[in-house]
Ligand binder design. Structure first.
Ligand code: NAP
Ligand code: MG
Length: 489
C-alpha cells in the first residue's frame, strides 16, 4: 500500500444525534372541567380556553375558565371538607393519603413528565429527572410530618389554619403544585389551587390522581383560569391563608388586595440570581454549573443564574469555555431526550425575551449566540450571552425569565459581593471557589435566600427555599415550609 492509498479518516462534521423521542403513551382529554368537591364540573358560565403545546403551537385540550361563582363553590367545598372531615381526621390517616398520592405519582412519573413537557415546553430530561421526581419527593416528605407535628414544633401546639388559596406559575407546574398542596394537607388544611393559564394539564392530571387516591371530596380543589380567577381565590373572604408563587408585580397586587384582612400569606416571587466565579474556582465545573443554571429549562427558573460575575484574571478563559459549551447545546423538540433547551413557554414570553435581546444591544452590551439551529415550529430561543454588560443595564437589573446570561467582571471579593447584591431581588445565588473560607464569607454577605457553593439548582424537600427583598416572604420546603401552614399556640 503506498502512502497515497492510506485510507483517510473521514470525520462527520455533522455531530447531530438521531432523534430520541420519549414514547410513553399519555391520555389527554379533549376538555377538562373544574375539579371541585371531588369531581370534575362544568364552569358556571360555560367558558373554556385552549392550552397549547408551545413546541408546535398545536392545541392539546380545552380547559374551563373559573369565574367568581366557581371559585366561591370551590372555597365552600374546601370549607365543608375542612370542618367535617380533614381537620378532624387522625393525623396518621392524613399521612396515609399523602403517601398514597406520592406513590401513585411515582408510578406514573413518566406519563406526568411527558405531559409536563408537552404543555409547558421544557426538555423531557428536566421534567423526567427533576420536576416529577421532586414533586413526588415533596409528597413523601410532608406525608412523614403529618403525624409528627408536635415534634416539628416542640413546646407548641400546632393548629391547622383552615382553607388555603394557592396560585402557581407556569415554569414548574406540577412541582409548584406539590410544594403548595403537600405541606398544607399534612397540617390539616384544605386547598383551592389555580395552575397557570398556559400549563394547567399536570395539575388536572393530579386532580384525577387525587380522585383515584380517594382523598375525601373537597380537600383539594383545582380550578383553572387566568389572572382574574387567581385574584378571586386570593381575595375570597373565606380563605384563611394565601400562598402565591409568581412575579413580584402580581405578588404586590395580591398583598394590596389582602391588606387589612387577617389572612396569612407566603409570597415566592421573582429573582435575578448572581453567580460569582473566583480565580481559584474549578473552572470546568463552574462553566457546567452556569450552563445548567441559566440555559437548561430555557431560563424559566426563578432562581436561574442570570447574572455572572467572573474574577477579572480568569474572565477570558471562562467566557471562551462558556461559548465552547454553548456551541454544543441542542435547542429542539422538548420530547427528545437529546434536547438541552426546549420551547419557550408561550408567545408572549418569547416576545418578552426578544424585547430584552433588543434592549441589551441598544444599551451597549455585546450579544453573543451560538450557531445552532432553532426549530421554526413553535417558540424557541437560542441561548444568549451579553458580554461587556454593566450594572445599570436593564438586562442586568430586570428579570427576563429566558436563556439570557449577562456577564460582568470583578477584582476583589468585596466588589463581587457588592455587585451581586445590587438588585431589588434576593432569591438565590452561587459561588465558585476552591476556598472554604471564601465560601463562608461570600455566602454570609450575599442577601439571598439560597446560595449554592460549587454547584447550582440543587433541591431537596428537606431544605427551605424563599427570598429576601422583592423576591418574597415566607419559605417553602423543609420545616420552615411546614410552619407556614400552622398556627402555633
Ligand atoms: P405571574 O404572571 O405572576 O403569574 C403567576 C400566577 O398568578 C399564574 O397562575 C397567573 O395566572 C396568576 N395571576 C396573574 N394575575 C393575577 C392576579 N392579579 N391575582 C392573582 N393571580 C394572578 O408569573 P408567571 O409569569 O406565571 O411566572 C413567572 C414568575 O414566577 C417569575 O417572576 C418567577 O421568578 C416567579 N417564580 C418564583 C418562584 C419562587 O419560588 N420564588 C418559583 C417559580 C416562579 P395566569 O397564568 O393566567 O397569568
Ligand atoms: Mg400549554
Amino acid at each position: 500500500m503506498t502512502q497515497t492509498d492510506t485510507p483517510k479518516l473521514v470525520f462527520d462534521t455533522d455531530w447531530s444525534y438521531a432523534p430520541a423521542p420519549e414514547t410513553v403513551p399519555v391520555q389527554i382529554d379533549d376538555r377538562y372541567g373544574l375539579f371541585i368537591d371531588g369531581q370534575f364540573v362544568e364552569p358556571g358560565d360555560g367558558k373554556y380556553f385552549d392550552t397549547i403545546n408551545p413546541a408546535n403551537r398545536q392545541r392539546l385540550a380545552e380547559v374551563a375558565e373559573a369565574g367568581k361563582a366557581d371559585v366561591d363553590k370551590a372555597v365552600k367545598a374546601a370549607r365543608k371538607a375542612y370542618d367535617n372531615v380533614w381537620s378532624k381526621m387522625p393525623a396518621r390517616d392524613r399521612g396515609k393519603y399523602l403517601y398514597r398520592i406520592a406513590r401513585i405519582l411515582q408510578e406514573r412519573a413518566r406519563e406526568f413528565a411527558v405531559i409536563e413537557s408537552m404543555d409547558g415546553g421544557k426538555a423531557i430530561r428536566e421534567s423526567r429527572d427533576v420536576d416529577i421526581p421532586l414533586a413526588a419527593a415533596h409528597f413523601f416528605y410532608y406525608a412523614g410530618w403529618a403525624d409528627k407535628l408536635d415534634y416539628a414544633f416542640p413546646g407548641k401546639v400546632p393548629d391547622s389554619l383552615g382553607v388555603v388559596g394557592q396560585v402557581i406559575p407556569w415554569n414548574f407546574p406540577l412541582l409548584m403544585a406539590a410544594w403548595k398542596i403537600a405541606p398544607a394537607l399534612a397540617c390539616g388544611n384544605t386547598v383551592v389551587l389555580k395552575p397557570a393559564e398556559t400549563t394547567p394539564l399536570t395539575a388536572l392530571k393530579l386532580a384525577e390522581l387525587i380522585r383515584d387516591a380517594e382523598l375525601p371530596p373537597g380537600v383539594v380543589n383545582i380550578v383553572t383560569g387566568a389572572g382574574a380567577t387567581g385574584a378571586a381565590i386570593m381575595s375570597h373572604p373565606d380563605v384563611d391563608k394565601v400562598a402565591f408563587t409568581g412575579s413580584t408585580e402580581v405578588g404586590k397586587a395580591i398583598l394590596k388586595s389582602i391588606a387589612g384582612t387577617s389572612k396569612k400569606y407566603t409570597m415566592e416571587l421573582g429573582g435575578k440570581a448572581a453567580n460569582l466565579i473566583f480565580e481559584d474556582a474549578p473552572i470546568d465545573q463552574a462553566v457546567e454549573g452556569i450552563i445548567n443554571g441559566i440555559f437548561f429549562n430555557q431560563g424559566h427558573v426563578c432562581c436561574a443564574g442570570s447574572r455572572l460575575f467572573v474574577q477579572e484574571s480568569v474572565a477570558d478563559i471562562v467566557i471562551r469555555k462558556l461559548q465552547d459549551r454553548m456551541q454544543t447545546l441542542i435547542v429542539g423538540d422538548p420530547l427528545d431526550k437529546n434536547t438541552d433547551i426546549g420551547a419557550i413557554n408561550s408567545k408572549p414570553q418569547l416576545e418578552k425575551i426578544e424585547y430584552y435581546l433588543k434592549v441589551g444591544q441598544e444599551e451597549g452590551a455585546k450579544m453573543w449566540q451560538p450557531t445552532c439551529s432553532v426549530p421554526d415550529s413553535g417558540f424557541f430561543c437560542k441561548p444568549t450571552l451579553f458580554l461587556d454588560a454593566s450594572q445599570s443595564h436593564r438586562v442586568v437589573q430586570e428579570e427576563i425569565f429566558g436563556p439570557v446570561l449577562a456577564i460582568q467582571t470583578f477584582r476583589t471579593v468585596e466588589e463581587g459581593i457588592a455587585k451581586a447584591n445590587n438588585t431589588p431581588y434576593g432569591l438565590s445565588g452561587g459561588v465558585w471557589t476552591d476556598k472554604g473560607s471564601k465560601i463562608f464569607k461570600v455566602t454570609s454577605k450575599i442577601r439571598a435566600g439560597v446560595i449554592w457553593a460549587n454547584t447550582y439548582n440543587k433541591f431537596d424537600p428537606g431544605s427551605p427555599f424563599g427570598g429576601y427583598k422583592e423576591s418574597g416572604m415566607g419559605r417553602e420546603g423543609g420545616l420552615h415550609g411546614l410552619k407556614e401552614y400552622v398556627s402555633l399556640n
